[in-house]
Structures are given as structure tokens and as C-alpha cells.
Write a protein of this length. Structure first.
Length: 114
């Protein structure tokens, strides 16, 4: 006699069928939550401003992403360049902090525009 085991993910918020398990960390604790594509997108969009302003502190690197230099001096330009990027980003609808790391997607968009 053969047995077949089927594992179904259930969205931890809605109770509907889940599409993926999302892993994230906060305050030193790691979490996993099973979410539908819709709820996973909502979570990622909600965290995007914070992730964009944060600096990476370890863990796995995202696959397929281009690595952007962490310090402006590696790319040339220094503080004048970062000020230019912040000014350009704000005038083009991006949210950027007054100091700290500029999200790689914003730097890439700036470089494409210039």
C-alpha cells in the first residue's frame, strides 16, 4: 500500500492557502510566517521604507542583486555626490533620509538618469 503526504501552507493572517514562507528578523529575533502572495507583497511593501534606510548586518545576500559600494569614496564623489543623489531622489518621488545609507535601488535609478 502506498501513502502520499501532502503539505499545504495556510496563510497565517487570512487562513487562505499560502504561497510562500517569509522569513524576517527584528530586535535579534528571527521569524517565519506563511503568507499568500497578496499578504507577502503587503508585508514587503510595508517594510520597504525601513529596509531601504537600513544597513545589512549579515545573513544571506539576495540572489541576482548588484552590489553597490557602501561608501561614496569607493565610487568617487563623496558627500557632494550623496547630497546630489538625495536631492534627485526627493524630486523624483523617492523617500530618503537626511543621512545614512541610500538604498541601492535609488542609487541605481540615479545612475541610470545621469
Amino acid at each position: 500500500m502506498a501513502q502520499k503526504t501532502i503539505v499545504s501552507l495556510i496563510d497565517d493572517l487570512s487562513g487562505e492557502e499560502a504561497d510562500e514562507t517569509v522569513r524576517f528578523g527584528l530586535d535579534g529575533a528571527q521569524y517565519e510566517i506563511d503568507l499568500s502572495e497578496k499578504n507577502a507583497t503587503k508585508l514587503r511593501e510595508s517594510l520597504a521604507p525601513f529596509v531601504g534606510a537600513a544597513r545589512r548586518s549579515g545573513g544571506r545576500a539576495s540572489g541576482g542583486r548588484r552590489v553597490v559600494a557602501r561608501t561614496p569614496s569607493r565610487r568617487g564623489g563623496g558627500t557632494d555626490r550623496t547630497a546630489d543623489i538625495r536631492e534627485w531622489a526627493r524630486s523624483n518621488g523617492y523617500t530618503v533620509s537626511d543621512r545614512g545609507r541610500i538604498a541601492s535601488n535609488i542609487v541605481e535609478a540615479y545612475e541610470k538618469a545621469h
